[in-house]
Design a protein around this ligand. Structure first.
Ligand SMILES: *[C@@H]1O[C@H](CO)[C@@H](O)[C@H](O)[C@H]1NC(C)=O
Ligand SMILES: *[C@@H]1O[C@H](CO)[C@@H](O)[C@H](O)[C@H]1NC(C)=O
Ligand SMILES: *[C@@H]1O[C@H](CO)[C@@H](O)[C@H](O)[C@H]1NC(C)=O
Ligand SMILES: *[C@@H]1O[C@H](CO)[C@@H](O)[C@H](O)[C@H]1NC(C)=O
Ligand SMILES: *[C@@H]1O[C@H](CO)[C@@H](O)[C@H](O)[C@H]1NC(C)=O
Ligand SMILES: *[C@@H]1O[C@H](CO)[C@@H](O)[C@H](O)[C@H]1NC(C)=O
Ligand SMILES: *[C@@H]1O[C@H](CO)[C@@H](O)[C@H](O)[C@H]1NC(C)=O
Ligand SMILES: *[C@@H]1O[C@H](CO)[C@@H](O)[C@H](O)[C@H]1NC(C)=O
Ligand SMILES: *[C@@H]1O[C@H](CO)[C@@H](O)[C@H](O)[C@H]1NC(C)=O
Ligand SMILES: *[C@@H]1O[C@H](CO)[C@@H](O)[C@H](O)[C@H]1NC(C)=O
Ligand SMILES: *[C@@H]1O[C@H](CO)[C@@H](O)[C@H](O)[C@H]1NC(C)=O
Ligand SMILES: *[C@@H]1O[C@H](CO)[C@@H](O)[C@H](O)[C@H]1NC(C)=O
Length: 753
């Protein structure tokens, strides 16, 4: 380690750097902590690295302590468990971070990463350790303990005060220093610590992990204390981050009162959330969330961008747009997720292409990502001041990850989307809707098989995103910013109008009043809720004026049968759609009622509600422990809030609370002249924000679930991962949840922190 830091010093000297610059360059530009889901998350970005380090919180009742280090560099890191050993085996082990000890670190052969000092209150043994790819770590954590022996680490040099575990990348390019080409995890004992290590190599080569004990001397009360430094480094290339002042427009940027309010504390980083979202953004891509998704995801980037865009700089917006364009395939489909680093070698081998080595693997399985780019681009270049006059230069840019200019790549995407949309415009049947790709059980944001109720045609894609993508293309062509031969703006508009007019009705579900009540009563019993939730103020059956309940299905089965799950995906139509009908908005008003009649709990809006479903097996499939079940996804709340502001803004725009700029259609929608109807939308908006405010401390996290208290008939926030052994852990910071930074609660109550 000492050698390594001298190595860095020497390197900087070679580059002509002075000592002052070294201090400047390694001063963290970001250093903050987020407590979430029973974990303390520490974040660090400086000129050497970007890293998230997560440690089980001190008050956890779990017997072991987990440490995760995740780096966007190569999407690599380490996962390890510290288990209580010896006398402490009877109690829980305490492992805590020594305040201020997280710092960037280097090691031989340009390995870079982070290190931290951990205080142990008893003897410990190193448990399962996965070193290298974040995806391999996720396979273990989310896949019920799945491990692939190809990712086995080896024991490096060790003694009583230091040990190195080494993960050599599958595709090592330079044999001479190959021992460092990969990831390394070091445990070492600082000079003033009395901790000691005991390392016993495994008895079957690399197959069997070594036994590593951390020993601390016992004090009078039978416990002990000892400090051990943990360092995780890799020689993957670090990414250049977008700091808050590069990401956000400066305070005082010319604009509405709402924009002024929204920009407070963003560029300066005074708002903690501004630093958090900054950690997820880089000059060449936005990453989706930490720790589990610290790499490119197209959908997450584009939805987050749409919500945050009014507050972002041109450079930041173009970074996110460019990242999506760069990763398009030659057919024009857009990339959902990139796999890089060691895991890319593994995926390439699994696909029968070992010759590709660790070249990134880009996945095109989703059907929504293709449709999200054009709407983001048209909003930027046509609606927002940041995009004015920048299109020509942007489109002329040469891609770096593939051949061609951005315009040439976009040309393929535009025609790809148009071709896929055309059959329905000629014959608007269910079989001409856009279904999941062959062999794929997922395709939209609810990307678990259960998430769309095992359906085939997702609602959001077919009713909102297909026409929105076409309208955006039409607008860019009309404005003369996109200019591809064979492309006729009015023809694109005609295709879009068929989708707008015909697709939603195919998803309409109506349940008569008596049947709906019976299903609700059954649901509250099955879901261990109380029938008291069905009474009281604000409770009227969805669409009760007709004596029944009407809403849009989550998806359609391949044969057209609707999946009768009330859901929040109408948010996409509100944000992205043109010509959203009055009937559609009525469904939104009806859905924004107290759960379980609607979606709103006192701790947020659930994204799915199977209460009205004639297929009662969905009650269990989409329950409060399911990743896309009766749980709250923060970005969905953001989309719904943004969409309501946009639709209401078509009638009259509130410049003190509406941050985003959305051009008003001409003529304004006819429902704008019905004051009662507009008021019902405003009331729904108020109910939504009240629900959001009920869990405002959670809004930047990915997802949460509820516990129901039947003495008060209220809900409280519960960590999703704690509800079931297979429950998916939520990210502490999630890119698209920061969409709230581009929104203001119309009541004037702040959600900002
Ligand atoms: C950081 O760099 C600036 C100029 O780049 C210099 O003025 C300043 O003194 C440096 N700070 C430290 C702590 O060396
Ligand atoms: C630990 O503390 C946090 C924050 O104080 C709290 O939210 C959480 O419920 C506590 N967990 C346990 C298991 O006590
Ligand atoms: C744990 O503690 C209990 C009671 O204090 C004792 O009976 C038991 O033997 C202990 N187990 C171990 C493994 O030390
Ligand atoms: C190697 O992989 C096997 C199979 O997944 C696993 O049981 C073993 O613990 C691994 N060894 C190391 C050192 O990671
Ligand atoms: C233990 O190993 C570390 C790292 O290799 C080395 O710096 C240290 O001098 C060694 N200690 C002893 C007592 O050999
Ligand atoms: C990591 O180091 C090895 C050995 O020096 C080298 O071959 C490899 O190119 C390096 N990888 C990166 C991404 O720098
Ligand atoms: C040793 O490891 C190999 C795989 O490398 C495995 O096939 C074998 O069963 C192991 N032997 C023992 C005794 O665990
Ligand atoms: C840890 O283990 C060592 C060696 O067995 C022992 O001497 C020491 O007392 C143990 N520490 C604690 C806190 O129990
Ligand atoms: C570190 O700073 C130098 C110049 O000060 C810059 O060229 C380089 O890109 C920076 N590296 C990262 C990872 O931010
Ligand atoms: C500020 O924006 C308004 C319109 O939003 C415009 O009329 C005015 O000229 C702008 N002022 C400056 C200094 O750019
Ligand atoms: C990557 O490693 C795998 C496994 O060792 C090997 O089969 C493949 O040829 C390597 N690819 C390259 C490009 O080196
Ligand atoms: C691009 O992705 C789409 C969607 O998965 C696929 O249909 C198409 O074949 C891909 N194109 C190429 C050249 O692989």
């Amino acid at each position: 380690m000492r050698v390594a830091s001298i190595g860095l010093f020497g390197l900087l000297q070679l580059l002509g750097a002075t000592a002052a610059q070294i201090i400047n360059d390694t001063t963290p530009s970001l250093a903050f902590k987020v407590v979430s889901g029973g974990n303390d998350n520490y974040f660090l970005r400086d000129n050497l690295t970007s890293a998230q380090m997560l440690l089980t919180s001190a008050n956890s009742t779990s017997v072991s302590r987990r440490l995760v280090v995740a780096l966007p560099a190569g999407n690599s890191g380490a996962l390890t468990y510290f288990l209580p050993a010896g006398t402490s085996a009877n109690g829980t082990l305490g492992v805590s971070l020594v305040d201020g000890s997280l710092r960037s670190a280097t090691a031989d052969y340009f390995n870079v990463g982070v290190q931290v000092d951990l205080a142990f209150d008893g003897n410990a043994t190193l448990g399962v350790t996965i070193l290298g790819a974040v995806r391999a770590m996720r396979d273990y954590v989310e896949g019920g303990g799945v491990m692939h022996d190809i990712f086995n680490y080896t024991l490096g040099e060790y003694n009583e005060t230091a040990v190195r575990l080494h993960r050599q990348w599958i595709n090592t390019t330079s044999p001479s220093s190959s021992d460092y080409n990969g990831a390394n995890l070091y445990l070492s004992v600082p000079a003033d610590s009395s901790a000691r290590l005991s390392v016993i190599p495994g008895n079957n080569g690399t197959w069997t992990p070594p036994t590593v004990h951390i020993l601390v001397p016992q004090n009078g009360s039978g416990t002990g204390t000892g400090i051990v430094t943990v360092k995780v480094v890799t020689n993957e290339t670090s990414l250049a981050g977008l700091d808050t002042q590069e990401l956000f427009l400066p305070e005082g940027t010319n604009g509405t009162q709402a924009l002024h309010t929204a920009l407070q504390g963003l560029a300066s980083g005074d708002l903690a959330a501004a630093k958090q979202v900054s950690f997820l953004t880089y000059t060449d891509k936005f990453t989706a969330g930490g720790w589990r998704f610290l790499t490119y995801f197209g959908r997450d980037s584009l939805i987050a961008l749409r919500l945050l865009m009014p507050t972002l700089t041109s450079e930041a917006i173009e970074s996110a747009l460019g990242a999506v364009i760069e990763r398009a395939n030659s057919t024009g489909a857009l990339c959902h997720e990139e796999t890089i680093g060691d895991y890319a070698s593994f995926v390439n081998m699994g696909n029968g292409h070992p010759e590709l080595g660790n070249e990134p693997y880009y996945d095109y399985k989703m059907i929504d990502t293709d449709l999200l780019l054009l709407p983001a681009m048209s909003h930027y270049f046509l609606d927002l001041p940041q995009g004015q006059g920048r299109a020509e230069q942007f489109f002329a840019q040469n891609a770096t990850l593939q051949n061609g200019t951005y315009a040439e790549i976009l040309n393929r995407t535009v025609f790809y989307n148009l071709e896929r949309a055309t059959p329905f415009s000629q014959s608007p049947n269910i079989s001409n809707l856009i279904g999941l790709r062959p062999g794929q059980p997922v395709g939209n944001w609810r990307d678990s098989n259960e998430g769309i109720g095992f359906g085939f045609y997702p609602f959001d894609v077919n009713t909102a995103l297909v026409p929105a993508s076409l309208r955006a293309t039409q607008a860019l062509v009309t404005a003369g910013l996109l200019n591809f031969s064979r492309l006729d703006a009015s023809q694109i508009g005609e295709v879009a109008s068929v989708w707008e007019a015909q697709a939603p009705a195919l998803f309409d579900v109506t349940v008569n009043g008596t049947e709906a009540e019976a299903r609700l009563q059954n649901f509250v019993r099955a879901a261990n809720l109380s029938s008291a939730l069905l009474e009281g103020s604000g409770n009227s059956s969805a669409g009760s004026e007709s004596g029944g309940v009407s809403f849009y299905a989550l998806s359609l089965m391949e044969d057209g049968t609707p999946v009768e799950v009330l859901n929040s995906d109408t948010s996409f139509n509100l944000v992205y759609g043109a010509n959203v009908s009055r009937e559609f908005l009525q469904h939104v008003v009806d859905a924004l009622q107290p759960y379980p009649r609607g979606l709103l709990t006192n701790i947020g809006m659930v994204v799915a509600n199977p209460a009205y479903d004639s297929n009662t097996t969905n009650i269990d499939i989409l329950d409060r422990a399911a990743y896309h079940g009766t749980v709250v996804w923060s970005f969905q709340q953001g989309l719904m809030a943004s969409g309501l502001a946009r639709q209401l803004g078509f009638c009259s725009r509130d410049n003190t609370t509406t941050v985003d700029t959305n051009p008003t259609p001409s003529p304004a929608p006819s429902w704008c002249s019905d004051a009662d109807f507009v008021q019902s939308l405003r009331d729904a908006q108020t109910r939504l924000w009240t629900s959001i405010q009920g869990a405002k401390s959670e809004i930047y996290s990915e997802v949460w679930s509820y516990a129901f208290d039947n003495s008060t008939n209220t809900f409280s926030v519960v960590d999703l991962a704690s509800l079931s052994p297979s429950g998916t852990e939520s990210d502490a910071i999630q890119l698209w949840s920061y969409g709230f930074l581009g929104l203001l609660d119309p009541s004037g109550n702040s959600t900002r922190s």
